[in-house]
Write a protein that binds this ligand. Structure first.
Ligand SMILES: C[S@@+](CC[C@H](N)C(=O)[O-])C[C@H]1O[C@@H](n2cnc3c(N)ncnc32)[C@H](O)[C@@H]1O
Length: 356
């Protein structure tokens, strides 16, 4: 790939080997869902939101923060941009408010960059001198991000890496060592991962007197029908062809015919953090025999392989979870989204020096 400021510390070969080893053990890391055409499909399935984002209906006012809005706009559009306004207010407070000169934002799992494009525009508009590092395991996602963000002339670097690898840990620590403020930023992905591994990884990598962790997670609104409504929402994803197709792409790569099974979803309560987990899994209907890395593998009827787990958190218990892992909550805000059944939790954490 010939891209300016692009670094790769993850080869296609090692990804392929990890994928094959996982499938032999019947486990699949969710990063394999976003490789190659999985990247495009993921955003095609988001549909409406993507359209809204790329539409020209919004602009930043002279202070660079408020999105001006036409009163006749539909509620959904208004609410969508209200969220972006909140994001920008967050950055205003923590980046401008910090008065630090050399600031670096590390966007972990950046995808195609759309979630943070408005932020970047805002920082650019304010002529804020910032360094933005985009990290993703999918080189295709990074290509999309580079294209999406090309017009915004802020210092950018794109890193293709598995963020949980040792190579990346060494690489990023070295890369950010001369900055006065480093913000690790995760948009819409924390809840799809092993939260314990992640939070301990961040704790280990962050400098307590310099770095911040900015998370954005789905929150269960506080009313009796929430649980059922959220369950219906995630269940309806099974009727979205693009979403389902994206989830079974990895299977097609090893020649498992999609007709030999189906994608299902199960929900349960994760007591440790009192989150709701929605597990999407592939269930075989027919015995399927394939060769994986020269090994014969037999998937039997009713065998299940997890594709992805997605959580919705309880607002208070999520903060307690972070604090138990020795993080200090600098800011938290829950944004209700009128046309959606899930709220959005925005958080900024720092490391505590001592555990209470
Ligand atoms: C749900 S998408 C979200 C992307 C983006 N933050 C957004 O808001 O649109 C998850 C992204 O995380 C990336 N990813 C998953 N696991 C990863 C890992 N271990 N290291 C680096 N990137 C990873 C995927 O390639 C994918 O682009």
């Amino acid at each position: 790939m010939h891209m300016k400021n692009f670094y790769s510390i993850l080869s296609d070969y090692s990804l392929e080997k990890e994928f094959e080893a996982g499938m032999k053990k019947r486990t699949l890391d969710h990063k394999f869902l976003y490789l190659k055409e999985g990247a495009d499909l993921y955003y095609t399935a988001l549909g409406k939101k993507k359209e809204l984002l790329y539409s020209k209906k919004t602009f930043l006012d002279s202070n660079g923060v408020v999105f001006s809005w036409d009163e006749n706009s539909k509620n959904e559009e208004k609410s969508f941009y209200d969220q972006w306004k909140k994001h920008c207010e967050f950055w205003k407070k923590f980046i401008f408010g910090s008065k630090k000169e050399k600031v670096c934002i590390v966007s972990i799992w950046c995808g195609n960059g759309w979630s943070e494009k408005k932020t970047l525009e805002y920082l650019w508009n304010k002529k804020f001198n910032i360094h933005y590092i985009w990290v993703d395991a999918s080189s295709h996602m990074l290509q999309l991000a580079e294209k999406n963000l090309r017009d915004i002339n802020i210092q950018k670097e794109f890193i293709c890496a598995d963020m949980l690898s040792n190579e990346f840990k060494i690489f990023i620590k070295n890369k950010v060592k001369n900055f006065d403020l480093v913000v690790y930023s995760l948009f819409r992905t924390f809840s799809n991962n092993n939260q314990n591994t992640l939070v301990e990884w961040f704790f280990n990598i962050m400098e307590w007197d310099r770095d911040m962790l900015r998370l954005n997670v789905p929150i269960i609104p506080d009313h009796p029908k929430s649980e059922q409504q959220i369950q219906n929402r995630y269940k309806s994803f099974l009727t979205n062809e693009d979403r389902v197709k994206q989830k079974i792409l990895p299977f097609e790569r090893i020649w498992i015919p999609k007709e030999n099974g189906a994608v299902n979803m199960a929900m349960w309560r994760e007591e440790q953090v009192w989150a709701l987990i929605f597990k999407y899994y592939f269930k075989f209907h027919k015995k399927t025999t394939v060769m994986i890395d020269n090994q014969e593998c037999h998937f039997l009827p009713n065998e299940q392989i997890t594709l992805i787990d997605i959580r919705s958190y309880d607002a208070q218990r999520f903060v307690e979870f972070m604090e138990q892992h020795r993080f200090f909550t600098m800011e938290q805000e829950i944004i209700d989204i009128p046309e959606d059944v899930i709220s959005l939790g925005l958080y900024i954490f720092r490391k505590k020096i001592y555990q209470d």
